[in-house]
Design a protein around this ligand. Structure first.
Ligand code: GDP
Length: 137
């Protein structure tokens, strides 16, 4: 069993597709083991995306991530990191496979609806960033 962190980003929440994303998780036997809605401040978003702080789009990404509430979830399942990234689709929605979340709902390379951890080590950091042990079922 593996774990990953999912975020429904501010554009996804604003588009009223929280349920749609969750339905896709459930339809693919991915279990939600923690969930909450938060509205991050700048420090919190910068801490989360610290690996990207040298990237040219960092400032814009942070502004976007604090522009509204997000839904954060810890997910569990077999091979769930790869499986959930498969459901998300490529970072750039124009390159995402048809039927993926980003292909269906993203409008921009930045406003791409969802986040998913990319490796076990990042998943552990990211889940721990938002949830304590008592919040994970
Ligand atoms: P992910 O793992 O598919 O989310 O992609 P990355 O880890 O490479 O990037 C993190 C997030 O930064 C992406 O999900 C986008 O929201 C944003 N992002 C990535 N590349 C770009 C870019 O070239 N321009 C802008 N504005 N945002 C980007």
């Amino acid at each position: 069993m593996e774990r990953t962190l999912s975020i429904i980003k501010p554009d996804g929440v604003a588009k009223n597709i929280i349920g749609e994303v969750i339905k896709r998780l459930e339809n693919n036997s991915i279990k939600i083991i923690a969930i909450k809605m938060i509205h991050m401040n700048k420090n919190q978003a910068e801490g989360f995306y610290t690996v990207h702080n040298e990237r040219p789009f960092f400032g814009s990404l942070i502004e976007f991530m604090i522009s509204g509430p997000v839904v954060v979830m810890a997910l569990e399942g077999e091979n769930v990191i790869k499986k959930y990234r498969g459901l998300m689709g490529a970072t750039n929605y124009k390159e995402a496979e048809p039927g993926t979340i980003r292909s269906d709902f993203a409008t921009d390379i930045e406003k791409n609806v969802v986040h998913g951890s990319d490796a076990p080590e990042t998943a552990e950091f990211e889940i721990g960033y938002f949830f304590n042990n008592f919040e994970i079922i």
